[in-house]
Design a protein around this ligand. Structure first.
Ligand SMILES: *Cc1c(COP(=O)(O)O)cnc(C)c1O
Length: 491
């Protein structure tokens, strides 16, 4: 066809291309468990590989796809690997992969409802049904899909500021007459610090509240801090509770936080980016007790719902919050939805053009159902329990307390078994062996630990035992070295 260049490929080439894409996806899905979990890092090699395919001598489409698939496979920490015990990155659902391809092909512009009412209504249905799982009234809940939890948390900050400092929407924060401060535990997510800076509060607008011995926000310290800030003329406008901390999977006392926020007239946000999935399993729901009292919730479908990245969700029980915060009027957006009882999605989001994120959740749910998801979440929770049992049996000491499958632990056999450098060396040994991937973390600002999380619905008992065996080997190797040389042991 004239004028399309190679942007639209002819039908028979498309056929070959789709087969190459499907082949690459299927081979990866089928074979990932047989690969090393993490590659050996080689910055110069990675750059050379990225530059190896030249743009002045174009390749055949299927050849280009194969080049990329091979590079991804060789360079990747295989987050979909059943022995990736990592950072909440899932093995993507099959339906989620299909959904992302469909969303790319139809490419609906869901800034405006009228550009694809079906897509917009799919997302709103998910907002209502997932909102109901958290205990929100489906007739009143509102929400919007986001790039991820960081954007959802940023959205929460904006909604809270808008409610407590409405004048700031015209005058800016400086003209609003208040000194806004927000509260989040030291175990909370760093996206709040970014969001505070992006909202003009600066790092000093955020109070990092200490955690208690169970790594939950210390309510006494929180109340003291609030009283101190009030006396200084500051206005507490946002209180954040975490529903499953990133480091230790711990849930803050949400009921108590809800009560304090109410007394203070502050917005109460629960960041349940990962742990929110407990709401989908009836017997786990109580882990999140009090979340229904939150003014808003962050929930990431690309974490425990296992859809491909990125799929964040911001939910609120206040229908006026998002339009109040984000609505703008301008001449170029279509007005076709005027006259219907519709708020255009662009008036509820910091994004304009927005990918059809909800489709991967919708299609995954269409095939797995709520029951299928509940089964997957139960399975991963059981694998977390097995991991705790096996670790204890082999004298690893667990240092966090959560029913969710995030396990933080140290070596209980040696005095230096909780030393940061020692733990990093053990971790590096496991990762460089290619047998499993895990990480280290710092809890409560003082406790160093190894961290292993069940993030994959394919992780089974044999994978858990393989991790234990890799850890035991790393421990044995580390103890053969003089303690001054543990760092060397990592290499
Ligand atoms: C992962 C995570 C986030 C950030 O979410 P992204 O989707 O990575 O932007 C925020 N809060 C918590 C508690 C998280 O675990």
């Amino acid at each position: 066809m004239e004028g399309t260049g190679e942007l639209l490929l002819p039908e028979e080439e498309r056929e070959r291309l789709w087969q190459a894409v499907i082949g690459a996806i299927e081979a990866y899905t089928r074979d990932v468990a047989a690969l090393r979990v993490a590659p050996v890092l080689d910055p110069a090699g990675a750059r050379a590989l990225a530059e190896a395919l030249r743009f002045d001598s174009p390749r055949e489409p299927d050849e280009a796809v194969e080049f990329v698939a091979r590079g991804l496979r060789e360079q990747q920490v295989h987050t979909p690997h059943p022995r990736y015990f990592g950072l909440f990155n899932p093995a993507p659902t099959t339906m989620g992969i299909a959904a992302d391809a469909l969303a790319a092909a139809f490419n609906p512009q869901i800034a405006a409802w009228s550009h694809n009412p079906f897509a917009a209504e799919i997302e709103m249905r998910l907002v209502r049904e997932i909102g109901a799982k958290f205990g929100y009234d489906p007739a009143r809940v509102d929400g919007v899909f986001c790039s991820g939890g960081a954007e959802a948390n940023h959205t929460a900050l904006l909604c809270a500021l808008h409610r407590v400092f409405p004048a700031a929407w015209e005058e800016g924060l400086a003209g609003s007459g208040g000194r806004p401060v927000m509260y989040v535990s030291v175990e909370g997510h760093h996206s709040f610090l970014k969001a505070a800076r992006l909202c003009g509060l600066g790092a000093r607008g955020i109070r990092a509240v200490p955690s208690d011995s169970a790594l939950r926000i210390d309510v006494g310290a929180l109340m003291e801090q609030i009283a101190h800030d009030r006396a200084e003329g500051c206005t507490p406008f946002l209180l954040v509770g975490t529903g499953g901390t990133t480091g230790a999977g711990v849930v803050d006392p949400l009921e108590e936080l809800a009560r304090i926020a109410e007394l203070e007239g502050a917005w109460f946000h629960v960041d349940a980016a990962w742990g929110g999935a407990a709401a989908l399993v009836p017997e786990m729901r109580r882990v999140l007790a009090g979340i229904e009292r939150a003014d808003s919730i962050t929930f990431d479908a690309h974490k425990w719902l296992s859809v491909p990245m990125g799929a964040g969700l911001f939910l609120t029980r206040h229908r006026d919050a998002l339009p109040g915060t984000f609505a703008t009027a301008q001449s170029y957006m279509p007005r076709d939805a005027e006259g219907f009882d519709i708020v255009d999605p662009f008036n509820k989001s910091m994004q304009w053009s927005r990918r059809f994120i909800g489709l991967k959740v919708f299609l995954s749910l269409a095939v797995a159902g709520w029951e299928g998801y509940a089964a997957a979440i139960r399975h991963q929770t059981a694998m977390g329990d097995l991991l705790r049992e096996e670790l204890s049996r082999h004298d690893w000491r667990i240092v966090n307390d959560t029913p969710l499958p995030t396990v933080c632990f140290v070596n209980g056999r040696e005095d230096r078994g909780d030393d940061a450098e020692y733990l990093r060396a053990v971790c590096a040994r496991v990762v460089s062996s290619g047998r499993a991937w895990l990480s280290t973390t710092l809890l409560g600002g003082t406790i160093h630990a190894l961290r292993a999380c069940i993030t994959n619905y394919r992780t089974g008992p044999d994978d858990v035992r393989a991790l234990i065996s890799a850890l035991n080997d790393a421990r044995a190797a580390a103890s053969r070295l003089p303690s001054t040389n543990v760092r060397g042991a990592a290499i």
